[in-house]
Design a protein around this ligand. Structure first.
Ligand code: NA7
Length: 544
């Protein structure tokens, strides 16, 4: 493949018009998809992105529920590839809300003229590898097809929304909605009796916001979460200037920290300092915004063990202080999992919601939801009459969006079957028997933009290497993949993210195999691994 294919079209006899051919097909036009498009185009590849949405944004297009916002600092979440963009864009808040983030991604799409290569309202229903021609054929819901030498799945980690299969779910006579499918025109909640199922990061943001307007709110909680104050605020002109002057430093820190956030961990152990010193640090960090109180804490707060439990108790007491009714407070205090073993939601007045007279917390672990009725929700103990039911019940995270693409690789092997016992990849982004497929949505957690840029750069370099060296395709060896899966499972067993029943390990989806869905490594370690693999002539890969 000495030259890039460039975009070409070939006529078909199949009745769906011509098949378009590209060097690379990108699925999704969210944070990762937009950057993939920008980067591949810059490298001289012909490229087309497909998105089932009517606009760009991905996660930030679909999740329009009230209260949706970053828990990462806005300025650490923007793209770093263009100094001009960094200097032009003014983040309004330290933790941007969904509308502003969506505006930002639209601004990026316009500034870099990305839209001309994005086909919206185009749902990919299958992606099949053609062995003879060495290309991927994707098929859209309307039957049209496109070919790409490379396939980049930028479908995000949270694109497959999950609604539990409650009995009677269609019988409800009121309005119901999953947070991921929140209508653009909004949902009228004012003066309504609203029920929310789910108290993860989404539920916590949503509940806090809608409690301000509903007539009555019933929250159905299965697991209490540790939540920490976000302490958001507007960015004033002086701070704006400082932020713009410090981008190199912000990104340097992000590149060095485990999750690519702008908070450096304290290298000391919590157990090596006196109790007073420990508490002083906990309290001081608690007054700081965002994830700092978690990520800049003693390093061992972030691993299972004594320090983690010590900090968990500190957070539990913070919750107890804020909720007036001690019985309700105890319901909100997590006791069945370690701090940080589930994703930490940040909040702005969440616990105070439960001090409102019109808010009721229902423990559905104690009395599970039995069915949805025409009038509301029936638990083992009671039926709750509602006008609106909101499902904040999460996602078939990481792999769900991939599986939904119906990907078939060499020898007719379906990715769905291959991943039946958990993801089988090499470095999270490639899979044996699926040549030239880059599952960039599946490789990392943390600050997604920071992770995505370096990941996509690596994919672009790999594609360029193939082009420049006359290789048609690249796929990992089975041995490299086996070793990677073993590493994920063995080293993953010791980290916080595998210690609870959460989407990190697929435990939120009935029937999904329990396995760590991402790498257990830090972001710098992942980057180093990819760089080393490339420097060693793509060690662990077969190039043909
Ligand atoms: P999460 O974190 O998966 O939270 C989903 C919530 O829904 C959680 O509280 C679940 O309880 C609850 N849930 C799920 N199924 C049920 C049933 N059947 N009955 C009662 N409650 C249920 O999803 P989010 O959308 O909040 O967050 C996902 C990520 O998006 C987040 O980490 C951000 O990074 C962005 P459980 O805890 O499983 O007992």
């Amino acid at each position: 493949m000495a030259d890039s294919l460039k975009e070409t079209t070939v006529p078909t006899s199949g009745g769906h018009g011509e098949i378009k051919e590209f060097d690379a097909i990108i699925i999704g036009s969210g944070v990762t998809g937009l950057y993939s498009l920008y980067r591949m185009r810059q490298l001289g590849f012909s490229v087309r992105a497909f998105d089932d949405a009517s606009g760009v944004g991905g996660t930030w297009y679909w999740n329009r529920y009230p209260g949706c916002r970053f828990d990462s600092e806005s300025y650490s979440y923007g793209y770093s590839f263009s100094e001009e963009l960094l200097q032009e864009w003014d983040w309004k808040e330290h933790y941007s809300a969904q509308p502003e983030t969506e505006r930002y991604l639209n601004y990026v799409a316009d500034k870099f003229d990305l839209r001309r290569d994005i086909q919206f309202n185009s749902r990919v229903v299958s992606a099949t590898y053609n062995e003879v021609g060495s290309f991927w054929e994707i098929c859209l819901a309307d039957g049209s097809r496109s070919h790409g030498r490379f396939l980049i799945t930028s479908v995000g980690s949270f694109s497959a929304g999950y609604v539990p299969d409650f009995e009677g779910i269609d019988s409800f006579r009121g309005t119901s909605c999953h947070t991921r499918a929140w209508p653009k025109e909004g949902v009228d909640l004012a003066g309504k009796r609203v029920g929310v199922i789910g108290t993860g990061a989404t539920g916590v943001q949503l509940i806090t916001e809608i409690a301000k307007e509903v007539a009555h709110l019933t929250v159905f909680q299965r697991t209490a979460n540790y939540c920490a104050p976000l302490r958001n605020g507007l960015i004033d002109a002086e701070t704006q200037k400082q932020i713009k002057a410090s981008y190199p430093e912000i990104f340097r820190v992000c590149m060095e920290t485990p999750g690519s956030f702008m908070h450096e961990p304290d290298k000391r152990s919590a157990m090596d300092v006196s109790q007073e010193e420990r508490l002083e640090q906990y309290e001081r960090l608690w007054t700081e915004p965002g994830f700092k109180k978690w990520l800049s804490n003693f390093y061992d707060v972030m691993v299972p063990g004594k320090a983690n439990e010590d900090y968990a108790e500190f957070v539990r007491n913070k919750i107890r202080e804020r909720v007036h009714d001690p019985v309700v407070a105890e319901m909100l205090v997590p006791k069945d999992h370690m701090f940080g073993s589930k994703r930490l939601p940040c909040e702005s007045g969440y616990y105070e919601v439960y001090n409102q007279d019109n808010v009721l917390l229902v423990d559905v672990r104690e009395a599970p939801i039995e069915r949805i009725t025409p009038n509301g929700i029936k638990t083992r103990d009671e039926e709750y009459e509602l006008d609106v039911i909101i499902y904040a019940t999460g996602f078939d995270a990481i792999t769900g969006g991939l599986i939904n693409l119906n990907i078939t690789g060499q020898n007719g092997v379906r990715l769905k079957d291959k991943f039946a016992d958990g993801p089988r990849t090499y470095m999270g982004i490639t899979s044996a028997g699926f040549p030239n497929l880059f599952t960039v949505n599946a490789a990392s957690v943390g600050n997604f933009v920071r992770a995505a840029e370096s990941l996509i750069d690596w994919v672009g370099e790999t594609m360029s290497y193939l082009r420049d060296n006359d290789f048609k395709r690249i796929a990992p060896t089975v041995e490299a993949e086996d070793a990677w899966v073993k590493h994920v499972n063995e080293d993953g067993a010791n980290i916080l993210r595998t210690q609870a029943n959460s989407w990190f390990v697929g435990a939120n989806i009935p029937g999904k195999a329990r396995a760590l869905l991402t790498s257990p490594d830090t972001a710098p370690a992942m980057r180093a691994k990819r760089a080393e693999v490339a420097a060693n002539g793509y060690e662990g890969f077969i190039l043909e």
